[in-house]
Design a protein around this ligand. Structure first.
Ligand code: PMP
Length: 330
């Protein structure tokens, strides 16, 4: 690979890996898109870059301007690194329930961090509404608005979907992932359907999210809860409008956690819980489509971002989640 003089060119073009355990468990070929290999270590670098480029193209942001966003963390990290490379400032609003590692990473990147209590979307103090207000009150600032700004899903239509199609030589039967903003599932879904209408697009929804019921029976309804960060949506965001979802699964934290642990122990991949939920969904989709099929999913972010939570036995016990056998023995 030749040298690049632009650090932002490091975003995207991530590797695709065949996941041995999930493939052997189903008789299918299940592939993971290694989004943890982006410079900010998550899938959200793509959306961050497209949102900033879109604002520049529209003339919405001026040199030295500020980008404000409400985020579970990963979009903030992506925006902060894009902003640093382009000479902008960032103000990031985040619920205080998110991992310590994400907060430390944002501070290290130079973002101004505003922590707010976790609140329902209907509450004006919700991180999304708080970030919009701060953007309105800050001179020369834009609100990234990742949930409803479709520059987000465009990153996955022209980037992620094209890459998966090329990396799988156009031989793909199914794709699944969870939704936070919905940019990834909608964008990859639209991109793959444009190549081949027959590719089955499946939503893997965590407990506590309302999209499973919406796609299954037309009603936004949730049950239970999840500790997975960055996923679990309660409304049809701008990015989810028109998303081509063919089928849907509801995946528990325990089921996702089991795959996180197997992928680490058997394949050396250290991932966050949304990746485990995606792989659990890919296994369900493989069983639904039958043996011999080729299925892709997203490995959203690095597990190093959750050492104090997912990989911490005390935290797991406090959340009532099973502790990994090796960690228990330690
Ligand atoms: N996993 C993680 C860890 C995330 O941070 C996000 C983004 N919120 C997602 C999955 C979901 O991506 P999207 O916003 O594109 O639906």
């Amino acid at each position: 690979m030749h040298a690049t003089s632009d650090t932002l060119a490091l975003i995207g073009n991530t590797p695709l890996v065949r996941l041995k355990g999930p493939s052997e468990a189903t008789g299918c070929d299940i592939f993971g898109k290694c989004e943890f290999a982006n410079p900010g270590a998550s899938v959200k670098d793509r959306a961050a870059l497209f949102i900033v480029q879109d604002a520049e193209e529209r003339g919405a942001i001026q040199p030295g301007g500020t980008i404000v966003e409400g985020t579970a963390g990963n979009t903030g990290i992506g925006l902060a690194l894009v902003a640093n490379a382009k000479g902008y400032k960032t103000i990031i609003v985040m619920p205080e329930t998110q991992s310590r590692e994400k907060m430390d990473t944002l501070r290290a990147l130079g973002a101004e961090l505003v922590l707010v209590p976790a609140a329902p979307y209907s509450n004006p103090g919700h991180f999304v509404h708080t970030s919009r207000r701060i953007a309105e009150e800050t001179p020369n600032a834009i609100w990234a608005n990742q949930f409803d700004n479709i520059a987000n899903r465009r990153a996955h239509i022209v980037g992620t979907a094209e890459e998966i199609w090329a990396q799988m030589d156009g031989r793909i039967h199914g794709f699944t992932c969870a939704a936070g903003t919905g940019g990834t599932i909608a964008g990859v879904g639209m991109g793959l359907k444009a190549k081949d209408e027959a590719v089955c697009i499946a939503l893997s929804d965590p407990h506590g999210a309302a999209l499973y019921d919406y796609y299954a029976c037309g009603e936004l309804k949730s049950e239970g809860s999840s500790v997975a960060e960055g996923i679990g949506q309660g409304r049809i965001t701008g990015n989810l409008e028109g998303a081509p979802i063919d089928t849907q699964f509801r995946i528990s934290d325990e089921e996702g956690l089991e795959w996180v642990r197997r992928l680490l122990a058997e394949e050396g991949l250290c991932l966050g819980l949304s990746s485990g939920i995606n792989v659990a969904g890919a296994v369900r989709l493989a069983r639904q489509l039958g043996p011999g099929k080729r299925i892709a999913t997203i490995l959203c972010d690095t597990g190093f971002r959750y050492l104090s939570t997912l990989y911490n036995p005390e935290w797991l016990r406090a959340k009532g989640l099973p502790v990994a056998p090796a960690a228990d023995a330690a």
